[in-house]
Design a protein around this ligand. Structure first.
Ligand code: HEM
Ligand code: NAG
Length: 492
């Protein structure tokens, strides 16, 4: 009896497998790239781009134990993420993702659903509607304090990546929890670092490739769990503090706004509702998504400007012309940024060459779909190679050159996809763009960037960078310029 049962099960499984194979055979799938060690490539986005020469902009590939479809051009990415966004808005539910969002559903790693959509919408409103009038003054104020601090260093070499990540973390702490005191900001920055470091560790990443390893003792896993407990304790404490002091109908920060948004729909009859856990995880995502990304982009910008002092000089001339030199207090509102076209073009060029999340986050198809005539079955993992699209030599002239002027040519458009596009577009794009603009404008107005002892930073990302395109450590001297330090203005 048992044997017969087993036999039947085996037959059924085999039939299912064959049926699956047959179904796939009837489909016109993207070409399959041979090999299975692609993950070992030190620079994965460039490696993936290199494969387009032989296989075209869209192909299938084995990444670890997973079959994925890689999109390497702006046209394929936009066809999937914008034109057919409903089909491509999912996220794969791999083990390391589940680990990070155990307690409550996560925004950036959560799969697409009506509830997820409500979660993203509420978080977006909290950032863009709730803080509409306070975001820009806040970023300006904090950047000004940052510049004053840099001025006290009087041109000594600084580890600028560290300083930028403290600045961007201060911005997020203020927006989310209304926190300004340095000790708490530093505690959050350390917490974010700890989480990213433990999560990026091979002992965690390998769990996505060989899931059953999680049943074995794993010190990396223990460290990650500790980091997450610490994270949840810190966020929980802030939520409690807010609930105790909240005045209904008013909000001081995103937490107040979101808590009230969640409470408001409590009485409604919907089956699934947003809970306080959603507020908790939104805050976690803002910290994880919003500190190192912007800080690293700012660092890349400085690194490129150190390599191109002629662009730096032109940026300073543009700023002096628009702000009036000597008028150190004058400012240009973000909405008037077209008055600084070269700065705008420089930001676009940095985002093009070094999109800090070069492969975005993986997507997953919610139902059968197609891209440019190729069938894409339901449940396929999709990797948008954003950096690859930015270096596509059928679109960009001399794609590897740092040349902001390419964006000043008439009809240049943007074509930069550093924040992704469609339903899964980066939630923090408006904030990140504001920060990039304000920080670079103020830093270049107040300082001349110089390499310490002529040592230029490497423009190559750290090999095996993981999700983020990290920079190799470097230092820069911020030489004060302008009215308070006469004679030091301009490039030298
Ligand atoms: C220069 C800075 C930044 C870059 C280049 C960047 C880029 C990206 C990219 C490529 C994605 C994935 C899009 C996709 O899956 O297709 C993403 C998602 C996300 N980012 Fe950013 N980001 C930046 C800054 C920020 C900031 C400041 C925040 C928060 C304040 C933030 C929060 C998020 C969140 C929550 C998601 C998940 C969205 C979703 O799954 O729907 N990011 N970002
Ligand atoms: C900034 O530059 C991008 C890229 O060229 C362009 O699309 C955008 O219109 C510019 N924005 C402003 C305000 O000048």
């Amino acid at each position: 009896m048992l044997l017969l049962g087993l036999l039947l099960l085996t037959l059924l499984a085999a039939a299912r497998l064959l049926w699956g194979q047959w179904m796939l055979r009837a489909l016109q799938l993207p070409p399959l790239v041979p090999g299975f060690l692609h993950l070992l490539q030190p620079n994965l986005p460039l490696h993936l781009l290199g494969l387009t020469g032989k296989f075209g902009p869209i192909y299938r590939l084995r990444l670890g134990l997973q079959d994925v479809v890689v999109l390497n051009s702006k046209r394929t990415i936009e066809e999937a993420m914008i034109k057919k966004w409903v089909d491509f808005a999912g996220r794969p539910q791999i083990l390391s993702y589940k680990l990070v969002s155990q307690a409550a559903p996560d925004l950036s790693l959560g799969d697409y659903s009506p509830l997820w959509k409500a979660h993203k919408k509420l978080t977006r409103s909290a950032l863009l509607l709730g803080l509409r009038s306070s975001m820009e003054p806040l970023v300006e104020q904090l950047t000004q304090e940052f510049c004053e601090h840099m001025r006290t260093l009087a041109g000594a070499p600084v580890d600028i990546q560290k300083e930028f990540s403290l600045l961007t973390c201060t911005v997020i702490c203020s927006l989310t929890f209304g926190i300004k005191d340095k000790a708490t900001v530093c505690a959050f920055r350390d917490c974010v670092r700890d989480l990213m470091k433990t999560w990026d560790h091979w002992s965690i990443q390998i769990l996505d490739i060989i899931p059953f390893l999680r049943f074995f003792p794993n010190p990396g896993l223990r460290r990650l769990k500790q980091a997450m407990e610490n994270r949840d304790r810190m966020v929980e404490k802030q939520l409690r503090r807010h609930k105790e002091s909240l005045v209904p109908g008013q909000w001081r920060d995103m937490t107040d706004y979101m808590l009230q948004g969640v409470w408001k729909q409590r009485g409604e009859e919907d089956l699934e509702q947003l809970l306080e856990g959603h507020v908790h995880m939104a805050m976690v995502d803002l910290f994880i998504g919003g500190t190192e990304t912007t800080a690293t982009t700012l660092s890349w910008a400085l690194a490129f400007l150190l390599h191109h002092p002629e662009i730096q000089l032109r940026l300073q001339e543009e700023l002096d012309r628009e702000l009036g030199s000597g008028a150190s207090r004058s400012r240009i509102p973000y909405k008037d940024r077209d008055r600084l076209p070269l700065l705008n073009a420089t930001i676009a060029e940095v985002l093009r060459l070094r999109p800090v999340v070069p492969l975005a986050l993986p997507h997953r198809t919610m139902r059968p779909s197609s891209i440019f005539g190729y069938d894409i079955p339901k449940g396929t993992v999709i990797i948008p190679n954003l950096q690859g699209a930015h270096l596509d030599d059928t679109v960009w002239e001399e794609p590897h050159e740092f040349r902001p002027d390419r964006f000043l040519e008439p009809g240049a458009g943007s074509g930069v996809l550093a924040f992704g596009c469609g339903a899964r577009v980066c939630l923090g794009e408006p904030l990140a763009r504001l920060e990039l603009f304000v920080v670079l404008a103020q830093v270049l107005r107040d300082f001349t960037l110089l390499p310490p002892a002529g040592a230029l930073p490497s423009l190559q990302p750290q090999p095996h960078s993981g999700v983020n395109l990290k920079m190799q450590p470097f230092q820069v001297r911020l030489q004060p310029r302008g009215p308070r330090a006469p004679g030091l203005g301009g490039g030298q």
